[in-house]
Design a protein around this ligand. Structure first.
Ligand SMILES: Nc1ncnc2c1ncn2[C@@H]1O[C@H](COP(=O)(O)OP(=O)(O)O)[C@@H](O)[C@H]1O
Ligand SMILES: [Mg+2]
Length: 373
């Protein structure tokens, strides 16, 4: 509730149509102007003027309810001036002051009280309305997720079944490759590469739709990152990408699923390498925040970056900007991190690069339980 916001709030508040607000505002202004003029010219009697004072209750109520606190308080102020003039003719000169003039104070108090109370109600109604809208959105989201989960279950079943014949095909192609002429070897290799890629998509999809419960144990996060770095090191050299890893100092062992976190860092590093087709720098730094008992890992690349429109969607399942992408890497990573009560965030500038930040808090139960949690 701030007088300074007069005007700004009146027009920016979206709960009521602008036309209605303007109508009330104009109507109130005209009423006040007419009344003030009538007082000056005395074309209404003092008794009629008194009746009008009650009419102001409605006006202040409407103004505050539809337009907010500031316009309401302005009208309460104008009403008070009018009230003073009606109830204390010859106003502001205290010589004429009588005991009956004291009735001015309840009027003024009620005017301001109406403005304040109505604004308070209005804000509560507004908060309630927002909650209802949020609840509705949440329900819609839950319904969507239920449908997606069902579709995912069906697809996961089918995908699982595809894997068996695919393994058989892979075995036969490998056999054929071993016995083929050297001129045909390229073709077989191409088929095997495609089978490998299909297998990868199936694995990603199954991991997404049927996530494993984390098998946590106390591990050194620095070692996990180091292992993931070595897995992409060869690829980085081939692509003329320099990798820097700055391990965290004083980092205790954390309670997490080592394999799942290797998967997380692999996903992030692979994305980073894919974003730097002409070489660049991938830097990974880990920090231990003693006070917050949290490990923070930043993965920076100097790649093409992510457009502002895409930035909000990168963790959405199946969102990809790549021809051969599945759009599952980041959503799987996010699920793993959430299962460890952590968070993952992304910042990016197109043409300059991208930074992913992961925060992993210490899991106390694990520390108490000992080696395996
Ligand atoms: N380091 C990065 N640089 C630029 N874009 C990225 C980066 N990481 C993720 N993205 C964007 O996020 C999308 C989703 O990534 P991901 O879930 O791993 O799926 P995929 O790699 O299969 O496309 C990518 O298609 C890409 O547009
Ligand atoms: Mg990816």
């Amino acid at each position: 509730m701030n007088i300074k916001s007069l005007g700004t709030r009146f027009f920016s508040e979206r709960s009521f149509p602008l036309s209605l607000k303007i109508m009330i505002f104009v109507f109130s202004c005209i009423t006040y102007l007419v009344l003030l003029w009538s007082y000056q010219t005395r074309f209404i009697s003092q008794d009629e003027g008194r009746l009008i004072l009650y009419f102001f209750y409605v006006l202040i109520f409407c103004t505050t309810f539809f337009s907010g606190f500031a316009p309401g308080i302005v009208f309460a102020l104008l009403s008070s001036i009018y009230a003073v003039n009606i109830l204390m003719p010859g106003a502001l000169s205290l010589d004429n002051f009588t005991v009956t003039d004291l009735e001015i104070f309840p009027f003024i108090a009620v005017y301001f009280l109406i403005a304040i109370t109505v604004d308070w109600f209005r804000e509560n109604i507004e908060a309630l309305r927002k909650k209802l809208v949020e609840n509705e959105e949440l329900h819609a989201h839950t319904r969507r997720m239920e449908k997606l989960a069902l579709a995912g279950e069906i697809a996961a079943g089918i995908t699982h079944e595809i894997r068996n014949p695919l393994t058989v095909i892979q075995g036969y192609v490998q056999l054929l490759e071993q016995n083929c002429e050297s001129s045909e070897q390229d073709v077989y290799q191409l088929v095997l590469d495609e089978i490998k890629r299909t297998n990868q998509i199936i694995s990603d999809f199954l991991r997404f739709s049927r996530p494993d419960t984390p098998k946590k144990s106390l591990v050194q996060l620095n070692d996990v990152i180091d292992s993931a770095v070595s897995l992409v090191y060869g690829e980085a050299v081939r692509k003329n990408i320099e990798i820097y890893f700055y391990p965290a100092h004083g980092l205790p062992q954390l309670c997490l699923d080592r394999d799942q976190f290797i998967q997380v860092f692999l996903n992030l590093f692979t994305n980073a390498l894919q974003a730097m087709p002409n070489g660049g720098t991938l830097s990974v730094s880990a920090i231990w925040k003693e006070k917050r008992k949290t490990a923070v890992v930043r993965v920076n690349d100097s790649g093409q970056g992510i457009s502002p429109e895409a930035l909000g969607k990168v963790f959405t399942p199946f969102f990809t900007t790549k021809d051969a992408g599945t759009g599952l890497g980041l959503s799987i990573s996010q699920n793993i991190i959430l299962a460890h009560h952590g968070i993952i965030e992304v910042e990016s500038i197109v043409g300059q690069g991208t930074q992913f930040t992961i925060c992993i808090p210490v899991d106390d139960t694990c520390q108490v339980a000992g080696q395996i949690c």
